[in-house]
Design a binder for this molecule. Structure first.
Ligand code: CA
Length: 400
């Protein structure tokens, strides 16, 4: 374990009594250094399901397959009854119930136009789902000028989406197949945040009369909140800008701030804490360089009036999906931030001290391939989607 990591562990959890089990394991094993060191077969928490055991810096974990056979799964969300909705990028919405993938997809989806990196992507469940069963989907939609990120909502009744309405369209659309962003989260005030990408057209990220390369904030019916930061001469849905391609977004469980991460070009993936009206720099400043040629992009790494990332990866990990862990099952992981990596097939665990990242651990060593999404479940376990044509939903539980 890194000394900094140990400090983070004790500062964040020092006031809490260690529970027996996993925390005890942490105490016994925290002198062991290194990343993943073993993966041996064991029987998992679910009857009949084989799980793999991994040793981590803060204890042993087991990773069990909940379901497989998902085609390029991209996003997932838990319903209040424990069902899990999973988007498949080609344009299907699937339901996992009691550990089984229902064979019939949800019907009545909006018109998804898969293209390049696009397709059916982000998903969010209405905070008041129990009263009004709205779910929200982000996807690539076709229209004048090409494709662009769109968001629709519909009421989920059994396996059908009803009263579907499009509540946001990123404009202008573009011909290219890259950088659709497409994560969705609800802030504590009930507004919906939509992460976008620059659609491969870099200058769009600095153009406030262009949604692309921005973070969007709307009300759940698609209207613009009265207190959005940029109104005069700007697209009013824009909350912040200067983003390249955000495929991770989460609300901090204590501060309520929206955290995002984004893909850099070659190098320069970033984590940012979103501030209203702020400019996050792309493509004027970046810690990345052009693919292949390695030539510089923009003006360097810093400029007045532009935000510095909270954390950056050079070289890139190609981050996708992000979750804070605030459950009780993994005592030592409370307050940690988890990020999936497409490039290295790892799940990144970041230890924070306030708003500072003080340590990074990489789990799985590529064992499950590309990681597309990570979500903290209501049962305090972590859930992961793998990015593959035969993709998996995995569940991570503590092991002794
Ligand atoms: Ca930036």
């Amino acid at each position: 374990m890194e000394p900094a990591d140990l400090a983070g562990y004790s500062s964040q959890n020092g006031s809490r009594p260690a529970s027996p089990g996993w925390a005890g394991v942490v105490k016994r094993r925290h002198h062991r250094t290194g990343l993943l060191v073993s993966a041996l077969l064991a029987f998992g928490p679910m009857a009949g399901v084989c799980a793999e055991r991994f040793t981590t810096q803060l204890g042993n974990i087991e990773v069990a397959e909940v379901v497989s056979g998902l085609e390029s799964p991209w996003g997932m969300a838990f319903l209040p009854d424990g069902d899990i909705l999973v988007t498949e990028r080609p344009g299907r919405l699937r339901l996992v119930r009691n550990g089984k993938l229902l064979p019939t997809p949800v019907s009545g989806l909006p018109e998804v136009a898969p293209m390049g990196q696009g397709g059916l992507m982000g998903i969010a469940v209405d905070p008041d789902f129990g009263r009004e069963p709205w779910i929200y989907l982000a996807y690539s939609g076709k229209g004048r000028g090409g494709h662009g990120t769109e968001v629709a909502r519909g009421r989920l009744v059994d396996l059908e989406l009803m009263d579907v309405e499009t509540i946001f369209r990123a404009l202008p659309k573009a011909r290219g197949g890259r950088h659709f962003g497409s994560r969705l989260v609800f802030a504590d005030d009930g507004t919906l945040f939509i992460s976008l990408g620059d659609r491969g057209e870099r200058p769009s990220a600095q153009d406030l009369n262009d949604h692309r390369g921005s973070l969007i904030r709307i009300n759940r019916d698609g209207s613009v909140p009265d207190d959005n930061p940029l109104v005069d001469g700007a697209k009013p849905e824009i909350f912040s800008y200067g983003h390249r391609n955000m495929q991770g977004m989460v609300v901090h469980p204590e501060t309520g701030a929206v955290w995002t991460h984004e893909h850099g070009p070659q190098g320069g993936d970033e984590i940012n804490i979103e501030k209203p009206g702020a400019n996050y720099g792309w493509p004027v400043i970046t810690y990345g360089v052009n693919y292949g040629s390695g030539t510089r992009i923009g003006e360097g790494t810093a400029k007045a009036g532009m935000e510095q990332p909270l954390y950056k990866w050079v070289p890139s990990i190609a981050p996708s999906g992000m979750a804070f862990y605030s459950g009780d099952a993994f005592e030592g992981w409370r307050g940690n931030l988890f990020v999936g990596s497409l490039k290295f097939g790892v799940l990144v665990r970041l230890t924070l001290e306030g708003d500072r990242v003080i340590a990074e651990e990489r789990l799985f060593s590529g064992r499950f391939g590309r990681i597309r999404d990570v979500v903290a479940g209501p049962d305090d376990d972590l859930y992961v989607l793998t990015d593959a044509t035969d993709g998996q939903l995995l569940r991570i539980t503590p092991a002794d």
